[in-house]
Design a binder for this molecule. Sequence first.
Ligand code: HEM
Length: 140
Amino acid sequence: MAIDKTLYDRLGGKPTYVTVHKIFYDKAYAHPWLSRYFTDKPQELLENQQTDFMIQLMGGPKCYSGKSPKSAHQHILITDELFELRAQMLSESITEAGISDELRDEWLAADATFQRALVKTSEDECVRAYPTQPVLNFQR
Ligand code: HEM
């Protein structure tokens, strides 16, 4: 029965994530504020990590081997405003990939479960993995 299928299956599997994340990171890397967080990261690497992570999160094969979202972002000041800007950009990217509003909302709900773990209110909450690691905090 269709209802038993995972969100990963209902989205059409890996090609859908590859398409959405290409659209999404093209926008993120072109955005005057969000792009500043990605200056030393190759876009393709982020696209691949995000694809593997989301596939696993939504019931697909276990293929993600990176850090947990909380530890990957511990040195980044992500405010609610920045998180919501990213969520809006993701929403537009999913729609542009031709996905239905129902499936888009399920994707965004899965993504939003990380808001509390990622959002910080001040730079004091940022943690460096090693002493010279830069804290990423850019003003709009
Ligand atoms: C405004 C919000 C966000 C910003 C500015 C942001 C920024 C970044 C940056 C700069 C990296 C590279 C970190 C590094 O390698 O040092 C990264 C990695 C990553 N991000 Fe985000 N991120 C945001 C939200 C999210 C969300 C909501 C998710 C999914 C739940 C996510 C998933 C990931 C994953 C899976 C990686 C790879 C982690 C690893 O393997 O090290 N990010 N992000």
